[in-house]
Structures are given as C-alpha cells and as structure tokens.
Design a binder for this molecule. Structure first.
Ligand code: FAD
Ligand code: UDP
Length: 386
C-alpha cells in the first residue's frame, strides 16, 4: 500500500471524517481515511430501505447542539430538516411525555393533585429547571417524595435495568442526568438551540465531508491489518510511518486487549416495516415499564418523509458487549475501574509519537455527535497550529 500520506485516520464516523476534512482542506495534508465497515458515517450511517424509508442502521440519530461553531461547520456540508424530537413513555396504556414534565404530571394525576404538585415543584425549583431524578428523590415534602418514587419506578428503573443491566442508583450519575425531570410544558426531548437532521440524510454529509482531492477513502480495511505499534513507533505495512495517526476506534482492540477488554453495552436492532401510515404517535416511544426492548423509533417522523401506507420502525435491545464477530461496542460503561483500565491503555500509547485518540470509542466517553465534532475541530486546529 502507498504510505506517503501525511495522516492516516482510522474510522469514517464524525470524529474521523471531520478530522480528515480539516487536515486536508486547511492544512493541505494528504490524508488516508479507512474504515472496517463497508460504508461511511460510523454509527450515524443511514440509507433508504426496501420500503423507501430513510432508516438509521445503528439506531436513531437526532442532531442537537448549542455549539454554534459545530452547527456552522456542518452546515457547510448539508442543509437541515428542522425536526424537534419528541419522546413519550408507554406507561399503563398512556403515552406520557419524556422527559417527565408538567404535561406528564397532568396525565398522571387527577387535576387537584397535579396542580398541587406543580405548585410545589415551581416553589422548590422554578419554571424551566431541569432536575435529576436522583435529586428529586431527596425532597422533604411527602408528596414530592412520592412523586420522585413514582417517576423513578415508572420512567427510570426498568428502562435503565434493560439498557445497562444496573439500576439508576448504580450507573454513573451523568448518564441518568441526560434525561432530567423538566419543570416545563416543553415536550421536546432536547432544548438545544439547533436541532434537526441533515436534509438529505447523514450519509450524504459524510460523502460531502470526504469529497476532497487530498483525501483517499478505503473501506473494508481494518486498522489492525495495516498498522503496527512498537514502544514508540508506528509502522504501516511493516514500514516506518512518520506521519500522524488519528484513531477513532476502541483503544483496547487497537492494543489487542492486552490489559483486558474495556466493557461496553451493545444493541440488537430489530427493524420492521408495517403497511400503515404511522405506527406510533411520536418519533420515539420508550418502554419504561414493560417489553424487553427499551424503545421503538419510527423513522418517518425524523426524516419528514411523506410516504403513505408504509412505515419502518426499529426496536432496540441492549446487552453486554462480548467482542464477538459482528457485535458493535456502542456505549462505554462509565465507572472508576473502567476509567483506570482506559488510562492504562492511554499511558502506553502516549509514548508513540503523533498518535491521537479521538471519538466516542477511542476516548471511552458517552458523547453526542456535536461533542465529537467539537473535539475534532479543536484537535485539528491544535495539530495544524503546532
Ligand atoms: P463512530 O460513529 O462509532 O465511528 C467510528 C468508526 O471507526 C466506525 O465506523 C468503525 O467501524 C470504525 N473503526 C473502529 N475500529 C476500527 C478499526 N480497527 N479499523 C477500521 N475502522 C475502525 N448522538 C447524538 O448527538 N444524537 C443522537 O440522537 C444519538 N443517538 C444515538 C443512538 C445510538 C443507538 C447510539 C449508539 C449513539 C447515538 N448517538 C447520538 C451518539 C453518536 O452515535 C456518536 O456520538 C457518534 O457516532 C460518534 O462518532 P465517532 O466518529 O466517535 O464514532
Ligand atoms: N432513561 C430512562 N428512561 C427513559 C429515558 C432514559 O431510564 O425513558 C435513562 C437510561 O438509563 C438511559 C439514560 O437515561 O440510558 C440516558 O438516556 P438517553 O435517551 O440520553 O440515551 P441514548 O439516547 O443515548 O441511548
């Protein structure tokens, strides 16, 4: 293989693709970007299925950010479909807005009680405040304690057990805080200033990002097949490589799991096409008290496609990642032990010059797409200004 590239980027997701574009365009660097999958886009990859519905192969992706730089940068590569995601929980035959909010309160309790609870919440927290369920459980007032218990049991407990195999009290607090109790009448899942999905789909964004004369893309190529590391040197096809490597895959897999596997949760996706206009009332329904899957997403809501008589949905089933062929590590399991193991891997790699770790897997973090893009923009600037 030709090795006269300035940079080799591993992974064609948001981390790798934004990085490759910045290095190629602003640094005039020759970049090779590879992915072991047969397509661009990483976990944001989408395509049109046999029913004509634009579906997300690795689960529903809604772009949302308060970071204007990120939004502006990506807007160079796409126009946006202005979509505000709404989620409801299927609880006792009702559809309740999630995050649990003042509308959810009304749907859960009879009028007087809902009004009383609302007044108490407004008094303690104020309008538009977001409160973690863990915090809400620490109230003094009897009725608020009961409300906290109700929401914990009906919104968080079973869903979290399915998603993580652990209770909300056992997992990292930052994970539960992603979905607060919202003292508000706003039914949107995210309150960010910019939200939507790429108008022509995510895959098109990646095609546009990587369409540059300085970028060479190679798919179905595993980094392990071309890259080797010794103590302080990178080799490509067994030849010394003095360029830079940006790695966006799982760090333990890069190092042949020498300190043991970093634990992840993986998902099984079950897609179904139904011959009806719409399957459910909102983009996503969370199954917080029953069913073995965590949630069902109906893609037509996300894309805004107007197709009558057919619709595609996906059910998500979560389980432990084992590293078996065909499994994907989706969610890092955040705790001290796992962070320590991650740091061990990092220490080893730090000795190798010009190797950078970037992205949800390589950094072993629970990042949204916009956070990944922000990191890629920062790291590229840092490398180019060095
Ligand atoms: P990835 O997209 O995982 O890309 C990494 C790429 O590296 C992959 O294509 C992989 O094949 C490749 N790779 C790995 N190892 C190797 C190797 N050895 N050789 C070659 N290639 C390799 N974020 C949001 O902002 N909004 C959402 O609504 C949202 N929904 C999500 C839903 C689900 C079910 C999941 C799992 C995540 C969701 N996210 C969402 C998060 C989002 O997917 C990530 O933030 C984003 O994909 C991370 O980009 P990345 O480039 O770091 O990683
Ligand atoms: N969660 C929950 N019930 C819900 C929604 C979320 O218990 O109805 C918890 C669950 O532990 C989940 C976490 O909050 O993993 C974060 O939810 P989010 O929707 O951000 O997860 P993602 O979309 O990243 O899978």
């Amino acid at each position: 293989m030709e090795t006269n590239f300035d940079y080799i980027v591993v992974g064609c997701g948001f981390a790798g693709s934004v990085m490759a574009r910045k290095l190629a365009e602003e640094g005039d660097k020759k970049v090779l970007i590879i992915d072991k999958r047969s397509h661009l886009g990483g976990n944001a990859y989408d395509f049109v299925d046999e029913a004509g519905v634009l579906i997300h192969k690795y689960g529903p992706h809604i772009f949302h950010t308060n970071n204007e730089n990120v939004y502006k940068y990506l807007s160079n590569f796409t126009k946006w479909y202005d979509y505000s995601h709404e989620v409801v929980g299927s609880i006792g035959g009702n559809y309740i807005p999630i995050p649990f909010n003042l509308n959810s309160l009304k749907l859960t309790y009879e009028e007087d009680k809902a009004e009383r609870l609302k007044e108490k919440l407004l008094k303690v927290y104020g309008l538009d405040k977001k409160v973690s369920i863990l915090e809400l459980q620490n109230q003094q007032d009897e009725e608020l304690i009961e409300l906290g218990k109700y929401i914990y049991e009906n919104v968080f407990l079973y869903y979290t057990m399915k998603q993580w195999g652990q209770s909300p009290n056992e997992i990292d607090k930052s994970v539960i805080a992603r979905v607060p109790v919202h003292i508000s009448y706003d039914n949107r899942y995210f309150q960010d200033k910019f939200q939507g999905v790429p108008r022509d789909g995510y895959t098109k964004v990646f095609e546009n990002l990587l369409n540059h004369p300085n970028i060479t893309v190679k798919l179905k190529l595993d980094a392990g097949d071309i890259l080797k590391f010794t103590e302080n040197q990178v080799y490509v096809d067994n030849k010394v490589f003095n360029g830079g490597v940006i790695y966006t895959g799982a760090i333990d897999e890069l190092m042949k799991c020498k300190y043991g596997r970093l634990p992840y949760r993986t998902l099984d996706f079950k897609f179904e096409t139904h011959n009806i206009d719409y399957y459910q009332p909102r983009g996503t329904v969370n199954y917080t008290v029953d069913e073995p899957y965590t949630r069902i997403t109906e893609f037509k809501y996300l894309s805004g496609q107007k197709i009558s008589g057919t619709t595609t949905i996906v059910k998500e089933y979560s389980r432990q990642y084992t590293g078996a062929e065909g499994e994907t590590p989706y969610y890092a399991i955040l705790n001290e032990e796992n962070r320590n193991k991650y740091d061990e891997y990092c220490k080893d790699l730090k000795k190798v010059k010009n190797v950078y770790l970037l992205g949800r897997l390589a950094e072993y973090k629970y990042y949204n797409m916009d956070q990944i893009v922000a990191h890629a923009l920062e790291l590229a600037d840092k490398i180019l200004n060095n």
